[in-house]
Design a protein around this ligand. Structure first.
Ligand SMILES: [Zn+2]
Length: 100
């Protein structure tokens, strides 16, 4: 599952060197304990799409994105299933099969 999520992240996350890739996959696996895969992908696209940062920044940025997702889900501004506006009638997590 972590590999599927990584494949959905912005290009500069997919093209990381092997040492960083394995650490990212580990971090993604940990994130999926608390978050839906689609929400993680959506938030990374929204808040970590800027490719202008170095390899060491990727993990820190990923953590920042997860913190934001956790906070937004907690205060109701993001759907826990897909990370988007929670007022949608049908969650994309179900439509796109991103549901766990
Ligand atoms: Zn949703």
């Amino acid at each position: 599952m972590a590999a599927t999520v990584l494949a959905g992240l912005p290009g500069h996350y997919r093209d990381t060197p092997p040492w960083l890739r394995s650490r990212l996959l580990k971090r993604i696996s940990e994130a999926l304990v608390h978050h839906a895969p689609l929400a993680v992908v959506d938030y990374c696209a929204k808040f970590a799409a800027d490719p202008g940062f170095g390899d060491y920044e990727h993990l820190r940025r990923f953590d920042d994105v997860l913190r934001k997702l956790t906070a937004d889900v907690a205060d109701g501004t993001a759907c826990p299933g897909c990370g988007r506006d929670p007022r949608h009638p049908f969650c994309a997590a179900y439509i796109e099969g991103g549901c766990r």
